[in-house]
Design a protein around this ligand. Structure first.
Ligand code: HEM
Length: 470
């Protein structure tokens, strides 16, 4: 490997890590945020344990190289095939020219100005949760991770399908969750086995169509069918009401290309399913970690309580409140630094590359370990400290732009990032206006890196009703 600098050529040796150990650990313990490959100090390491080398790239310059400067050399890796099997062809799973065209058409649906119109639909499910919690008295225990998963599914379901469909997301909720868990197991296997994409597609097709299947795969098919049929049902009903565009589904149905053609209905279905799956578990995990961090950092929590009391008082939030909830938003952003729900980003190198003199052969897999990047003391002073002040507007930007990647980066950056931040700010403010949440003493809290980074044992908390909250 060589670096070309003018006439000079410098050889760069890429440190190697025992790939077999990494593979064994992954099988035994699930994906790891730490360990020799992801937690080391080298900016690039190379692991070899099957057909293609795997590079872990953690210097922000190199991350920028992969996600921005040389983005055409990389594609989403084979792990995304399982999501394609569940979600179909959507922004999340599409590639190349088709992805570009659809991102231009669909991206604006989730842009900030549109979200202002959807804000009321996001408030309703939080109100419903508060009404349910209020029945439990002034002090009670709750499973926060589960509560956040149910709530974020409800919020995205409400924004997607509108008010009349309040219970739809809840009805298919268990299937959505089961679909994600199935995709997680498959992702772990794919990371280790690294099969060709055609083989993965063939297996996914077999799961869809084969008359006889093992129990687990049969359950997965059942899950996929339920999500499919439910979303199709809503789309079919909605087509009977042309012109209605006051929720995300209406917006998707109203999208037109340059020739005035709408999106094919199958694409609308796939995008809607993607919004539901990609859009709730990630936000729920980030929120769970944020409640945990607030419970363990009383100074940050007191400031948040003072802010929500001052901004909201006893009224229903409106979109215009958001800029004044700056500390609340900052708490969410800082929680995602310490516990990024998408804790790593995998890519496949499709045209051989050279990163700062390290040769990346065509076919290699590249992993960006976001969790490790977010805790690197070179970019984050006192990286283990929960300090929301880092994300206040006007705070001196201390970090490299590719040192903070909860939503990914470059052109494939999360299409729902504004949705997620608005939703999280809103529901943190509404819940904090009414309750404080503390840890149940002795309850173990530990991250588990599956498809998303979630609390391994869930998160049991004690809710206390705040004096003076109505
Ligand atoms: C805290 C919450 C969220 C986190 C941490 C998150 C994280 C991410 C990340 C890291 C990616 C890039 C993946 C990659 O490059 O391989 C991504 C993509 C995406 N996310 Fe999110 N996401 C969140 C919420 C949402 C929401 C609420 C929606 C929709 C309502 C959404 C829809 C999408 C879509 C459609 C893509 C694919 C974008 C493209 O490739 O064009 N996400 N998300």
């Amino acid at each position: 490997m060589f670096i070309h600098s003018g006439a000079m050529t410098t050889r760069v040796r890429t440190p190697k890590v025992n790939g077999l150990r990494f593979a064994r650990d992954t099988f035994r313990h699930g994906l790891r945020t730490e360990g020799p490959a992801l937690d080391g100090t080298a900016d690039i390491v190379r692991l070899t344990f099957n057909r293609h080398p795997l590079f872990v790239v953690r210097h922000p310059d190199h991350v920028d190289h992969v996600l921005r400067a040389q983005v055409d050399r990389y594609r989403k890796s084979v792990e995304y095939e399982t999501l394609r099997a569940v979600l179909g062809l959507s922004l999340f799973t599409d590639e190349g020219g088709s992805w570009r065209r659809h991102r231009t058409l669909i991206g604006p649906v989730l842009a900030r100005p549109r979200l202002a119109d959807l804000f009321e639909l996001m408030v309703d499910p939080v109100d419903r949760l508060l009404t349910t919690l209020d029945r439990d008295g002034d002090r009670f225990e709750l499973e926060m991770a589960e509560a956040m998963t149910a709530l974020t599914l409800d919020v995205v379901g409400s924004a997607l399908f509108g008010r009349g469909m309040a219970d739809l997301a809840r009805r298919i909720g268990p299937n959505v969750t089961a679909g994600l868990r199935g995709a997680e197991r498959a992702t772990r296997t794919l990371l280790i086995a690294d099969p060709p994409a055609v083989l993965v597609r063939a297996i996914a097709a077999a799961i869809r169509h084969s008359p006889v299947l093992p129990r687990r795969q049969a359950r997965m098919r059942e899950v996929m069918r339920t999500i499919d049929e439910t979303v199709w049902g809503v789309i079919t009903d909605r087509r009977a009401e042309p012109g209605r565009a006051d929720d995300l589904l209406g917006l998707l149905l109203s999208v037109r290309d340059a020739d005035g053609r709408p999106l094919p209905l199958k694409r609308v279905r796939d995008e809607a399913a993607t919004f539901m799956l990609a859009g709730h578990e990630t936000t729920a995990n980030a929120l769970s970690w944020m409640w945990y961090l607030l419970a363990t950092n009383p100074g940050a929590r007191n400031r948040l309580l003072a802010e929500v009391d001052e901004v909201l008082g006893d009224r229903r939030p409106v979109f215009a409140d958001l800029p004044r909830l700056a500390w609340t938003t900052a708490c969410f952003m800082e929680a995602m630094r310490l516990y990024p729900p998408a804790w790593s980003i995998p890519r496949r190198c499709v045209i051989g590359d050279d990163i700062a003199g390290h040769s990346i052969p065509r076919g290699s897999r590249v992993i960006i370990p976001i969790y490790a990047v977010h805790r690197d003391p070179r970019w984050w002073p006192a990286p283990e400290t929960f300090d929301p002040g880092r994300f206040l507007p006007g705070a001196a930007r201390q970090h490299h732009r590719a040192a903070y990647l909860p939503f990914g980066g470059g052109r494939r950056v999360c299409a729902g990032q504004h949705f997620a931040v608005i939703e999280a700010t809103l529901l943190t403010a509404m819940l904090s206006r009414r309750y404080t949440f503390d840890q149940v003493p002795g309850f173990p809290v530990e991250p588990e890196a599956t498809l998303t980074l979630r609390p391994r044992h869930g998160l049991r908390m004690i809710a206390r009703r705040r004096l003076g909250s109505s």
